[in-house]
Design a protein around this ligand. Structure first.
Ligand code: SAH
Ligand code: SF4
Ligand code: F3S
Length: 428
């Protein structure tokens, strides 16, 4: 029974694929790396934009024609189980029913969209894609209900994992050779709130920081008005925590932010960025922006352009607004920005961001940076700096090794350089 996973969407979905792989491997079921070798294909879907959902629909028909068993999981599965069954899916599992995967693959269960989140084993060592860098869920779901967003409907309410369980998971990962950890949540700054015992992301960092062997901790995504000064302080005072904040503004216009139900103003966002940079001068900021939200005027869009100019993001994901069924925006706001206007605004923002990236990266020419290697591409290896800049260099260095690289070429994307020093060897 050879199973292949095709994963769409965010890191949380990627982590869910790992968890499902873990269950299958523990049950002795083979997981393959190539779709063409598979007898069962599982589409782990994303619902965030219409385009993402449509990709899954079109693949299912093609696979069924070839006589392959198809399972559907993830965010679209959660809300469209019946639709997938109608289109021929053999089984459908929701985002909180990952632990039904073995039964489903064996043909003993066909639909499960119920909530077993507390029963899911999130700590499995089996099934992880990378040997040295591990994703660790800290909180599932989202309670924010931004008016455009489908995630609260597909992932349910916020539930934080017990802090001791996470600390144990990190300890086990360190023992098995992982030296980088990324904490995941739709809103990592909400971590602990529902536990009502004072647990927070800042506290979690203080606890895991003592575990030996972890070189770097990353965290995403941050919600602007929830990111606390305490967290900034903890990052500032712990040098192995990433200096990169993924802090999506979504828009630079107060009017649009309000319609989006984002709970901060443009000025509050800019003040937060200033506080981060004051405490951590090296900090870089990443973000997401939705272009062409209902009612977005040229004036609103100018505000977004000027916010992008002011912040100088190190990474910026742009998406044209796409109405999602069931959300407040799709029910009550008219998708009234014509597609060609969305496209034109996207192009304008993208050109501005390109220019900013060129400027930011150029500043590193001739400097020496420290990276942890995360992969290879052709004759090159690559890794990221503590502030999340991607660096490529000639040579084959194994994952997890920390090296110093002198930057010799900069682009609007990655940086390129020459390895100048190996800092640590690989713990085998
Ligand atoms: N929790 C994160 C983002 C999760 S969704 C946050 O609050 O920022 C990832 C990104 O998809 C969002 O940041 C947003 O930019 C984009 N997105 C979500 N819903 C969308 C929609 N209806 N249309 C277009 N982009 C959308
Ligand atoms: Fe969606 Fe908003 Fe929650 Fe992010 S914070 S997942 S954009 S509802
Ligand atoms: Fe992630 Fe897409 Fe779901 S972004 S949470 S997989 S809707």
């Amino acid at each position: 029974m050879k199973v292949f996973f095709k994963t769409y969407g965010c890191q949380m979905n990627m982590r869910d694929t790992e968890i499902m792989k873990g269950y299958l491997l523990n049950a002795g079921i083979e997981v393959v790396d190539n779709m063409k070798d598979a007898e069962t294909v599982i589409l782990n879907t994303c619902a965030v934009r219409e385009k993402s959902a449509n990709k899954a629909y079109s693949l299912i028909g093609r696979l069924k024609k070839r006589g392959i068993r198809v399972g559907v999981t993830g965010c679209v599965a959660q809300i469209k189980a019946r639709e997938f069954k109608r289109r021929g899916a053999d089984f459908v599992l929701g985002t909180r029913a990952l632990n039904s995967i073995v039964e489903a693959v064996k043909g003993e269960k066909d639909v499960d969209v119920s909530d077993h989140i507390l029963e899911i084993d999130q700590s499995m060592l089996n099934g992880r894609d990378r040997a040295r860098h591990a994703w660790v869920n800290i909180i599932s779901g989202c309670d924010k209900f931004c008016t455009y967003c489908i995630v609260p409907y597909t992932r349910g309410r916020e539930i934080s994992r017990p802090i001791d369980e996470i600390v144990e998971e990190v300890r086990a990962l360190a023992k098995t050779g992982h030296n980088q950890i990324t904490f995941l949540g739709q809103n990592v700054d909400s971590y602990g709130k529902d536990l009502k015992d004072g647990t927070s992301l800042a506290e979690l960092f203080r606890r895991v920081y003592k575990i030996e062997g972890i070189e770097r901790f990353w965290f995403l995504t941050s919600y602007p008005s929830d990111l606390t000064d305490e967290l900034i302080e903890v990052v500032a005072s712990h040098e192995r925590i990433s200096r990169n904040f993924h802090l999506p503004p979504q828009s630079g216009s107060d009017r649009i932010l309000k319609l989006m139900n984002r709970r901060y103003t443009r000025q509050e966002y800019l003040d937060l960025v200033a506080r981060i940079r004051k405490a951590i001068p090296q900090a870089t900021i990443g973000g997401d922006i939705i272009v062409g939200f209902p009612g977005e005027t040229d004036e609103d869009f100018e505000q977004t352009l000027s916010l992008v100019k002011a912040v100088k993001f190190i990474r910026l994901n742009l998406a044209p607004y796409s109405p999602r069924p069931g959300t407040v925006a799709s029910k009550f706001y008219k998708d009234d920005v014509p597609f060609d206007v969305k496209k034109r605004r996207m192009a304008k923002l993208s050109a501005l961001q390109h220019k900013i990236m060129l400027e930011l990266n150029e500043k590193l020419l001739g400097t020496q940076v420290e990276i942890i290697v995360e992969g290879r591409s052709g004759t090159q290896s690559y890794g990221r700096t503590l502030d999340n800049r991607m660096v490529f260099f000639e040579g084959t260095i194994e994952d997890g090794e920390k090296v110093k690289v002198k930057i010799t070429r900069s682009t609007a994307g990655p940086l390129y350089g020459e390895i100048s020093k190996r800092v640590i060897g690989i713990a085998k």
